[in-house]
Design a protein around this ligand. Structure first.
Ligand code: SF4
Length: 305
């Protein structure tokens, strides 16, 4: 078995109470069976709170508060379970997040999900091309992995512009060329949305943008942010394709994510005369949490590309 992860993976550290988009807010958090059984044995005050704040209806999960917070996230945005019992008492999802894991034939690939703002900072802020660290034994010659490696090399070819790299990737995968971003806005507006900020972003990109050249000039020198974004989407999603059509869709999805985030950045630049790195991170995180992390939304987009 091969074990694979991006070179930045081990640098991640949750920023907990400093996080502006804490992952313990707004999501239903399921509890795995072993941890749920352990929570039933916890004594004293915390045991009573666990008993009261866990639902066994459907998948066992924490009952969110009215403002959609995990009931164990305290007013300092720290986790009372960790504070009382230590990190080892967390359920699997809380232990793993924002890490993802893809089980592929002969290999397990892990990475950091872009829906976490600190992971997004690490991914977009990496100046050198991402490399994969591989350990274990096994065959590295799988056809889909070879094709993905080829795409990653194309996307990391810094002698070409990002648009040229994308065109080459789409052509290699026989993906349909994308339309101008504003054509996709009605579809995006029709999907389930979690954050009103996303609606604001969609409104901003719903019209053709007149300042393309100014923005291209402004963003010169920061192409690595887009390169890392594209490489992230390809690393995470491409090898899950089951056939050529799936590969074509996944390559198009990476290009789509880039186009939306680029257009949103351009719209904010038009308004503010700048696009800070933090704002760019926020846009990438927002796209990820609204589209990439919603199976339903992602599937609708994939099948429309
Ligand atoms: S989103 Fe990321 S940085 Fe923020 S609390 Fe969750 S894991 Fe930590």
């Amino acid at each position: 078995m091969l074990f694979v992860f991006p070179d930045y993976y081990k640098n991640f550290k949750c920023i907990a109470s400093s996080c502006r988009h804490n992952c313990c807010i707004g999501w239903e958090i399921d509890i795995d069976a072993d941890t749920a059984a352990f929570y039933e044995t916890v004594p004293d005050e915390l045991g009573k709170r666990l008993c009261k704040n866990i639902s066994h209806e459907g998948d066992t999960h924490f009952i969110l508060t009215k403002d959609e917070r995990c009931p164990f996230l305290n007013c300092d945005n720290l986790c009372d379970i960790i504070l009382t019992l230590g990190e080892e008492a967390l359920c699997d999802i809380c232990t793993e997040h924002p890490r993802f894991r893809n089980e592929l034939p002969g290999r397990i690939e892990t990475g950091l999900g872009l829906c976490c703002e600190e992971a997004a900072r690490l991914i977009l802020g990496k100046a050198t091309p991402m490399t994969l660290e591989i350990s274990g034994d096994g065959d590295t010659q799988d056809e889909i992995i070879r094709k993905r490696d080829e795409i990653i090399s194309i996307l990391q070819n810094r002698t070409e512009s990002i648009s040229e790299r994308i065109t080459e990737m789409l052509s290699l995968c026989n993906s349909k060329p994308l339309r101008e971003v504003y054509h996709y806005v009605p579809l995006l507006m029709s999907l389930e949305r979690m954050d009103s900020q996303w609606e604001d972003v969609l409104e901003k990109i719903s019209q053709p943008q007149p300042i393309k050249d100014d923005f291209a000039l402004y963003i010169q020198g920061r192409e690595t942010e887009y390169e890392q974004l594209l490489v992230y989407f390809i690393y995470r999603h491409f090898a899950n394709a089951s056939d050529d059509e799936g590969m074509a869709e996944r390559a198009a999805f990476a290009a789509f994510a880039y186009e939306i985030i680029y257009a949103a950045g351009m719209a904010l630049f038009a308004e503010n005369g700048e696009l800070s790195f933090e704002t760019q991170v926020g846009l990438a995180r927002l796209f990820s949490s609204e589209i990439e992390y919603s199976d339903e939304n992602r599937d609708i987009i994939l099948s429309s590309l």
